[in-house]
Design a protein around this ligand. Structure first.
Ligand code: ZN
Length: 492
């Protein structure tokens, strides 16, 4: 089965197959580590994780590279203001970013590439651009890309750049959306700024050149897929193409994937609007990492996603249903044999699930057959019509669902614990939801001790004591479920 994915460059759905017949070589633009990641950033990384996992599920190996931008204007400014080196400044944010990805179940790319560790490669690329007349040095020592050297400029974003002014320059990394200008490849050092002494002068790389140099370093001059948020299409990705193809005369990336922006309660997310959330903000409000993951991936990547707290509550309920069902299947005793109706339902669910995923990663349509199967199987269990072979067939479908969605196993305690640790360290305990603090007041160990005490009370037929313990746990948000194999507990 092959995944068909919308390609911004060709403007159509294209099949995604490794051109070398081995592994799909993909590059995804990573974070600039000057702050904590917000949910808009994480929607992009999660949707790229969906792609990665869907490729692996359908038997395609991947070689996935992600950059870490650990030098730019803001980083240099903030580090100088704090009186520390740029590494000291970015280190904790990089660690926080990687921890957040882990909390969200995002698989680590095969290669992380820090900009500051590839300065030499960027300098080499700028020298090659200068050799073909596509780069020039300005009076202050900075280097610029000459747009006029690349007539195909604009082919990704489909912008009409006919009114473009030759020689007009811009030296900041983010500029007005519709103006195409010669852009900075290398910025000459201003006095006192962090810089590198190189063959093209003392300074630091521009943002765009980082991605071109590092992508080609790890994936070759021409590779399969380049991904990022939709805001990167222009100018960042357009500039990456220009810088690379001017030197190689080969297509830089064949396939371009762009993840659409999210809204919060129907509005653009911004700090000034007060609707700006980092992952940590949501965890401290008491939402579970798995619910945040499910919520951020359940709307397909090319659709605008409207983040709401109601959506998180719904995702929490959906995950509860899935996990309860999964436990019911794993722990139940089912008679041998198989029920043809359920066997068919499992086959259909699996086929519909894979078909939806391979159709431009339609996660919304991929979810639906899984929940249909869950309802049919629960009804069958209630009527004693689910047999051992059916259980196995349905567990297989759930496993392939979870290979991409990654929410079935309850790993939520750890991200919450880490978020609380962060809140304590950074003086944010006042932002922690009281319900969350109350729940956390009982450590896992204490819960286990109380569950064991209740067990013992039951064995001694002291049912009022057993009920009393159960009620105490309920008040603390701990749900007990009696099953044939003993008592399971979870946090509500
Ligand atoms: Zn990039």
């Amino acid at each position: 089965m092959t995944i068909r994915l919308f390609n911004t460059l060709s403007g159509q759905l294209d099949e995604l197959v490794p051109s070398d017949g081995q592994a799909l070589r993909m590059y995804a633009c990573g974070p600039t580590v000057y702050d904590f990641g917000h949910i808009g950033n994480f929607r992009t990384f999660l949707q790229i994780d969906v792609l990665r996992r869907a490729l692996l599920l359908t038997g395609t190996q991947v070689r996935h590279v992600m950059n870490i931008t650990d030098v730019d204007d803001k980083i240099i400014r903030n580090a100088a203001a704090a009186g520390i080196s740029i590494g000291e400044y970015t280190g904790p944010f990089e660690a926080a970013f990687l921890e957040d990805l882990e909390s969200l179940g995002v698989q680590r790319p095969e290669q992380l590439a820090r900009a500051t560790e590839h300065i030499e490669k960027m300098v080499e690329l700028i020298q090659k651009l200068a050799a073909v007349g596509a780069a020039y040095q300005a009076e202050d020592g900075s280097w610029y890309f000459r747009l006029a050297a690349f007539p195909e400029y604009g082919k990704l974003s489909k912008k009409d750049l006919s009114g473009m002014e030759d020689g007009a320059r811009v030296d900041v990394d983010e500029y007005e959306k519709d103006s195409a200008r010669d852009f900075a490849l290398w910025k000459a050092a201003k006095p006192g700024e962090h810089s590198w002494d190189t063959a093209i002068g003392r300074g630091r790389p521009g943002w765009h050149i980082e991605c071109s140099a590092m992508a080609m370093e790890y994936l070759g001059e021409s590779f399969d897929l380049h991904a990022g948020g939709e805001d990167l299409t222009f100018p960042h990705h357009e500039n990456e193409i220009a810088q690379s193809e001017c030197v190689t005369h080969k297509p830089f990336a064949r396939h371009w994937m762009h993840v659409r922006f999210l809204l919060v309660d129907g509005r653009k997310m911004s700090k000034s609007e007060g609707n700006f959330f980092t992952l940590r903000d949501l965890l401290l409000k008491g939402y579970k990492a798995s619910a945040i993951r499910l919520s951020l991936i359940s709307v397909p990547y090319r659709h605008q996603y409207n983040f709401t707290f109601d959506g998180l509550v719904e995702a929490t309920a959906a995950i509860d249903r899935l996990r309860t069902f999964h436990q019911r299947l794993k722990q139940g005793n089912f008679a041998p044999g198989s029920n043809p109706a359920l066997q068919d339902a499992a086959k259909k669910a699996q086929a519909d699930y894979l078909a939806a995923l391979s159709n431009d990663l339609n996660t919304a349509e991929a979810r639906a057959p899984i929940f249909d199967l869950l309802r049919a199987a629960n009804t069958a269990i209630d009527h004693g019509q689910l047999l051992a072979d059916d259980r196995d067939a349905i567990l297989t479908v759930l496993a392939s669902f979870d290979a991409v969605f990654c929410v079935l196993e309850d790993r939520d305690a750890e991200p919450t614990r880490k978020a609380l640790e962060y809140a304590e360290k950074s003086g944010r305990m006042a932002d922690v939801a009281p319900e969350l603090l109350a729940r956390q007041a009982l450590s896992d160990k204490m819960v286990e001790v109380m569950v064991a005490m209740r067990d013992q009370a039951k064995r001694q037929r002291n049912f009022s004591r057993a009920d009393q313990i159960r009620n105490e746990l309920t008040e603390k948000g701990i749900v007990l479920e009696d099953s044939k194999d003993g008592v399971r507990w979870k946090r509500k």
